[in-house]
Design a protein around this ligand. Structure first.
Ligand SMILES: Nc1nc2c(c(=O)[nH]1)N[C@H]1C(S)=C(S)[C@@H](COP(=O)(O)OP(=O)(O)OC[C@H]3O[C@@H](n4cnc5c(=O)[nH]c(N)nc54)[C@H](O)[C@@H]3O)O[C@H]1N2
Ligand SMILES: Nc1nc2c(c(=O)[nH]1)N[C@H]1C(S)=C(S)[C@@H](COP(=O)(O)OP(=O)(O)OC[C@H]3O[C@@H](n4cnc5c(=O)[nH]c(N)nc54)[C@H](O)[C@@H]3O)O[C@H]1N2
Ligand SMILES: [Mo]
Length: 775
């Protein structure tokens, strides 16, 4: 079957009446997107040469998404967003002591997120001076001594060390070691807001905390299901893999409330023929606009059909031999599937029985299926149940642990998965404490530490007093960010290690430092010469990364050197802990990683530049199930909705979205080309819902959180935009609407904030509108 041949299946859920970008993802639009950032950031000379080294053996690994870096890279193995991320780092603009002398911190709070980062690369270590309300230039020695002295005075348990997912394996290992030597496991990271549901959920159901697929599986699968992952914006290089899969006849089905362009069709910007004459590749055979939080119900519908077909057909559809030897809970699961009515499935998913049966039939026909997912499944109150049902569907036909099949979460930050692999975790049971005792001669803390939502709670109740942020922008990224805002300034210690200025730097505590670091494409020269760092991608491949650019400022230090500098100034001397030696030669840190995790990092230093990376191993892939039962587990769902509160009446479910022109809280620009939207202060809603609620296109509105817990949560100044969405939901941009998400509204097992299913009300926000609503 050729890719563009009609497949006979089409979503009936499409609405024709609302505008969206009708061109394919990729193509000229993506080249224009890069050109605009080039004009905006004016990168230093040689930026193009740097991009040509991106994601290739011997070059640096992109700092944008975590999608894998293939063994045989394209000549341009970077996408629109990877190019933007690199160019953003290589800007000519500088944010140094002169800039800070001119502007007080209070004044800087007036700038937008975009304008803050646009001030350019941070160049000097800075200390906050409360008398003048300014950051003032300092020396690295003063900063390290000052931080060490404050940490010495604080109770380690009252401090938190956060990591955003860019820091290398080497830095992350040292940061976690620093925390434990100092005396705590308070090591939240960005994955606490993202794929923690994966770490906890997949571990529970199949015994591994990461996905089971490798790139080769995508050459062998004949069906791919996408649930709640926006490939075109968030992992665009993956589109090449999907295009190849489509072209050899693999079928793709997508579940997403929003018709995301990248999953509809794609033109490769790397393919000159397709850029000019050939039509774009259709990506999804069937695109189902599930209601937010409706995936459990949709999956139940598919499973129900598979079980029915197995009973009805001569051909065996369910892999009973696999179920028998590898799984537990099938009987209860099958009974529950039969019991749940189609009526309930249709109501909760917002999808039609016929469409779900079609997917069920496609799944029965496919020999090998891969299940892809992202934030649309993980960021829900019952995110864990989403994963339990997804795993159950795959188990039915033995689709985990064989070539061409598996479950594959698409991770976010470029090394977020790897940080967990080398010790960034608040859970002592996940740490090889015996190895740490043996290697470093100390007693690691055994008390469970704080994850990200526990950090927010600690800010709110004052129990967290010291904070070190290794990258990231938590003041913007967290739930309940407005409630937390005044609390940051009450911290005794707030240290921010960053590349560019962001809002988190503008709530300094009593003692604060802003420390600038190298970016990945820059040369990291230490005592023994230029150093490589490493990262783990979404498919568990470990890659070396080598920066060659000259640093944005001679004052910059590497993250390794900054972490080691703080640690050395804080901790008593220990002959087994050699911060200076490790900083001088990162291969010594890799030796420590290998000694701590010998199964995953065997011959680490020798395998650093393996083309395509080396795989760190995955037990579920080998059908060894490290779960409580020793088997892969079926989940019989008690409820069909992943939401904590169902939408009813004027209450709507809010989904928070990322645009094509942002990387998390870094806002590159204000257009969302792939969705055909401009401006970020908007609320999307479908036109029928708009008129049902008495609203008009462009009308100013406010959103209010509908959860009653004694706190008012409102975001004003938004504009209504009619958009193709299911009934009962609205969508708005992250981080603008983060004040609406209560910190306790989160996945029940992993505490990942439920950013994709917040109950809200939408109200007019102008005098005229309010009067109309009151009538
Ligand atoms: N350009 C760019 N790339 C990025 C990022 C970025 O901000 N910008 N961020 C990086 C990070 S840290 C991460 S974690 C990843 C995130 O990448 P994704 O996992 O793709 O996350 P989102 O874009 O937040 O949401 C994914 C999709 O879920 C859909 N969705 C919402 N609710 C539901 C639901 O209930 N069910 C289903 N089936 N779908 C739903 C949304 O419409 C959206 O298309 O991307 C990484 N890559
Ligand atoms: N409502 C809502 N909220 C969300 C989400 C959502 O979907 N909806 N998604 C959540 C997710 S998935 C995530 S991962 C979090 C993201 O949360 P974070 O990871 O905390 O935030 P980022 O925006 O990625 O951090 C950007 C900052 O990192 C710094 N930086 C960039 N590169 C480097 C570097 O190499 N080193 C250092 N030290 N600093 C660097 C820069 O100063 C930049 O301003 O947000 C979460 N919040
Ligand atoms: Mo993320």
């Amino acid at each position: 079957m050729s890719a563009d041949e009609p497949t006979g299946v089409e979503s009936t859920q499409q609405r024709e009446d609302t505008p969206y970008y009708t061109n394919a993802t990729g193509g000229w639009g993506s080249l224009k997107g890069v050109a605009r950032i080039l004009a905006d950031q004016r990168p230093t000379a040689g930026a193009f040469r740097t991009l040509m080294r991106q994601n290739k053996p011997g070059g640096h690994m992109c700092t944008s998404c975590a999608w894998t870096k293939p063994e045989h890279p394209h000549p341009f193995e970077f996408c629109e967003n990877g190019a933007k991320a690199t160019i953003w780092d290589l800007t000519r603009d500088r944010c140094g002591p002169d800039f800070f002398a001119e502007h007080s911190v209070t004044e800087l709070r007036e700038l937008s997120d975009h304008d803050l980062e646009k001030t350019g690369r941070l160049t000097h270590p800075m200390r906050y001076d409360s008398a003048t309300d300014r950051y003032v230039e300092t020396t690295w020695d003063e900063a390290f001594e000052g931080i060490g002295a404050r940490l010495g005075a604080l109770d380690p348990k009252a401090t938190v060390f956060y990591t955003s997912g860019r820091a290398s394996l080497e830095t992350s290992y040292l940061f976690a070691l620093f925390a434990r030597l100092y005396g705590h496991n308070n090591l939240p990271d960005s994955s606490n807001m993202c794929h923690e549901t994966t770490s906890v959920g997949l571990k529970k159901f199949i015994g591994v905390s990461v996905g089971t697929c490798v790139l080769d599986d995508f050459d062998h699968c004949d069906m791919i299901i996408f649930m709640g992952q926006n490939t075109g914006s968030n992992s665009p290089r993956f589109l090449h893999t999907l295009k190849s899969a489509r072209e050899r006849g693999c079928r793709i089905v997508t579940f997403n409330p929003v018709r995301e362009r990248g999953l509809v069709e794609f033109t490769s910007p790397q393919n000159p023929a397709q850029m000019t004459v050939t039509p774009p590749t259709t990506i999804s055979d069937l695109y189902l606009q599930v209601k937010p939080g409706g995936d459990v119900a949709a999956l139940v519908g598919i499973c129900k059909r598979v079980i029915e077909q197995d009973e009805r057909n001569d051909r065996q559809i369910i892999d009973y031999a696999f179920l028998e030897s590898h799984t537990t809970g099938y009987q209860d699961f099958a009974a529950r599937m039969k019991q749940i009515s189609w009526d309930e499935i249709e109501r909760t998913s917002g999808l039609r029985r016929a469409d779900l049966e079609t997917v069920g039939d496609m799944y029965c026909q496919a020999e090998k299926t891969i299940g892809i997912y992202g934030m649309g499944l993980t960021q829900h109150v019952k995110g864990w149940l989403n994963l339990g049902m997804y795993v159950s569907l795959l188990l039915l036909r033995g689709n985990i642990g064989r070539q061409g099949a598996g479950i594959s979460p698409v991770r976010g930050h470029s090394n977020v998965q790897g940080q967990r692999t080398v010790g960034i975790t608040e859970k002592p049971k996940l740490v090889p404490n015996d190895k740490l005792r043996e290697l470093f001669g100390f007693e690691p803390p055994m008390e469970e530490g704080r994850n990200t939502t526990a950090l927010v709670e600690g800010l709110l109740d004052g129990s967290v007093k010291g904070f070190i942020s290794l990258g990231g922008n938590l003041a913007r990224a967290i739930p309940d960010r407005e409630r937390a805002e005044p609390c940051w300034s009450k911290l005794d210690l707030n240290v921010q290690i960053a590349t560019k200025l962001n809002r988190s730097h503008l709530f300094p505590g009593r003692h604060s430092w802003l420390l600038p670091c190298l970016v990945r494409s820059e040369e990291d020269r230490q005592a023994t010469g230029p150093q490589a760092v490493t990262m783990e991608d979404s498919l568990s491949m470990i890659h070396g990364s080598f920066g060659k650019r000259s640093p944005a400022s001679p004052q910059l230090k590497s993250e390794v050197a900054i972490v080691a500098g703080m640690a050395k100034a804080t901790l008593p001397p220990n002959p087994k802990v050699k911060w200076d030696d490790w900083t001088g030669d990162y291969s010594l840190i890799r030796d420590l990683i290998e000694a701590t995790y010998p199964d995953k990092f065997k011959d680490f230093n020798d395998r650093l530049y393996t083309p395509g990376g080396f795989h760190r191993g995955n037990k579920a892939r080998e059908r060894i199930w490290q779960t409580d039962s020793g088997k892969a587990e079926f989940t019989a769902p008690e409820t069909l909705s992943a939401l904590g509160a169902d939408a009813a009446g004027d209450q709507m479910t809010m989904v928070t979205l990322r645009s094509n022109d942002q990387f998390n809280t870094t806002i590159y620009g204000f257009s969302d080309r792939l969705r055909g939207l401009a401006g970020r202060e908007i609320v999307l809603i479908n036109p029928e819902e708009m008129s049902r609620l008495g609203l008009a296109e462009g009308q100013p509105v406010k959103l209010e959180c509908a959860i009653k817990d004694g706190h008012e949560r409102v975001v004003r100044g938004l504009r209504v935009v009619g958009y193709d969405l299911p009934d009962g939901c609205v969508a708005a941009y992250y981080p603008e609407v983060n004040p609406l998400v209560p910190v306790h509204y989160r996945d029940e097992l992993s505490h990942t904030p439920a950013y994709k299913g917040v109950p809200v009300r939408i109200r007019p926000d102008d005098a005229a509108g309010e009067a109309r609503a009151a009538e």
